[in-house]
Design a protein around this ligand. Sequence first.
Ligand code: XMP
Length: 516
Amino acid sequence: MSLITPDPVIILDFGSQLTQNIARRVRELEIYSEVHPPFETADQIRSRNPLAIILSGGPSSVFDPEAPTVDPGIFYLGIPVLGICYGMQLMAHLLGGKVEPAEIREYGVTPFLAEKGTGAPWNALGEKSPVLMSHGDSILSLPSGFQKTGRTGTTPIAAMENRDRNLYGVQFHPEVTQTLQGIPFLKSFLTDIAGIRPNWTLSGYIDREIDHIQNTVGKEFLICALSGGIDSTVTALLCHKALGDRFQAFYVDNGLMRMGESEQIVRDLKELALPLKPVDAGKIFLDRLKGVKDPERKRKIIGKTFIDVFWSEAMTLPVRPRFLAQGTLYPDVIESISHKGPSSMIKSHHNVGGLPKKNPFQLVEPLRDLFKDEVRRMGLKLGLPDSFIHKQPFPGPGLAIRIIGSITPERLRVVRESDRIVRDVLSGNEISRSLWQYFAVLLPIQSVGVMGDQRTYENVIAIRAVSSQDGMTADVADLSHSLLAELSHRIIAEVRGVNRVVYDISPKPPSTIEWE
Ligand code: XMP
C-alpha cells in the first residue's frame, strides 16, 4: 500500500478503449483501482498487494503472434481474477481451454442467459439482462475445473467460473452503461467474491495527499503555474492547504484570454485565499507573435514564452524554490505505461514541455492518481465555485489559435468581442447544456457587405459549436435558425469591423474542434 492510496484492484490493460472505464467504474464503487501493463511477473503484481485482478478486453486475438499475454502465475496467487472479453479468452487459453474464431462475430446488446443455480456475482445480473458483446473469438471448451455460468443467443459460453480458485470470466463488457446491470455485477465480484470493503473516498485522499506533500517538500518552498484550468487550480489549492506560506502560485496572463477571463480567474482564486501572483505578460507574448501565421509556430512561441516568463518570475522570489507542482492526471500516467511493453515506456509523464534542460526543480504531482471527474469533485470539496468546475475547455494557446493568420491587438479585439456575444447568447439557451464548446473564430479574409447604403469590406467571423464526450470526436451543434440569426445579427451590429458571420458545419473527424 502506498502512502497515498489504499491497496488496489489491479486492472491489467490489453489495449482496450474501455480499460479506463473499468478503472473508473471500480472507483465509483469507492474501491481504489490502478491500471498496469500486463507484462509484469506474477511476483511483481503480487508485490503491489492487489485485492483483486481484472483482465481488460483488447483488440487482439489470442492466436496473434504479437498478442499481449500475462504471466499465468497470476491465476495461482489466490487473488480473485475477473477476465473481461479478451481477458476471459486469455484466461481460458492459458489454463488449457479452447478458444476459436467465432462462427458469427457478435457485436451489440443482447440478453445474458444465466445458468440456473449460480450465486454471486451472477445473480447481480438479473434475468435475461442486456449485456454488450463485442468479440470475434469465442471459447469452445472450458479449462478443467471451470463451469459455464451463462450464454447468449449466439455465444454458447458467455461466462465461466472456477469458484474454488476464485477465477471468473465474462465475454460481455460490464464496464459500459449498455450492460444494464454491469455495475452491480462488478460490485458483487469485488465485494461478495473478493471481500473488498469500499474505502476510496476523496476526503481520505485529500488528507493523505496533504501529508505526502508536507513530507516531500519538508521545509523547502514549492511553486506552481496556474492556467485557470481545473487541473492546475486544484493542484494549487491542495499544495496551499499543505504548505501555507511556503507555496506560491503564478498566473501568467498571456494576453490571449477571452474577455474578462483573466480578471475572473484571479478574483475566484483570491477569494479562496490562494497566494496567487498574476503576471501581466501580454506585451511579451504579442511582441513575439508579431507577423506569425503558422499555427505550429504560434504554439511553440507561446509555450516557450510561457516558460521564460514563469521562470524569471520564480527567480524573483526571496526564497529559491526547490519544488514545482504540476497537474498531471492518471490518464497521462496510464498513457505513459503502454500495454505494448517496456520499450514503449520511453515517453514520460514527468516531462513539462519546454522546461530548461537543467531543471532544478523536483516535481510534485498531487493528482497523478486521479481521473478528471475525481479532480472536479475534489475541486468542489476544496471550495471552487461550480461555475469554475464546469467551464468549457479552453486551449493553452488561447485566442491565438482562434485568430487565423497573424495576431494584432485589433484582431484580438474583434475575436474577443465576437466570442463574448457567442457565449452570451448560447449560455442563456437550453442547448448550451448539451454542448462541449462554443466560440468565435476570426478568419483571415475580408468580405464585401453593405451597411446603411455604404459598401463595406470587413472581417468574417465563424461560429463553432460542438457536442462531444471527451473532445476526441465531436458533432456539430444543432443550433436553430433563429439562434443563428440572433448570433449573426448581434455580432455584425455590435462588433466594429465585422460584416459577415458563417456557421462551421464540420464534425470531428475529419475536422478538428479548433481551427488551428
Ligand atoms: P482539437 O482542435 O484537437 O481539440 O479537436 C480538442 C480539444 O482540445 C482543446 N485543445 C487544446 N487544449 N492546448 C490545450 O490545453 C492546446 O494546444 C489545445 N488545442 C486544442 C480544444 O479546445 C478541444 O477541447
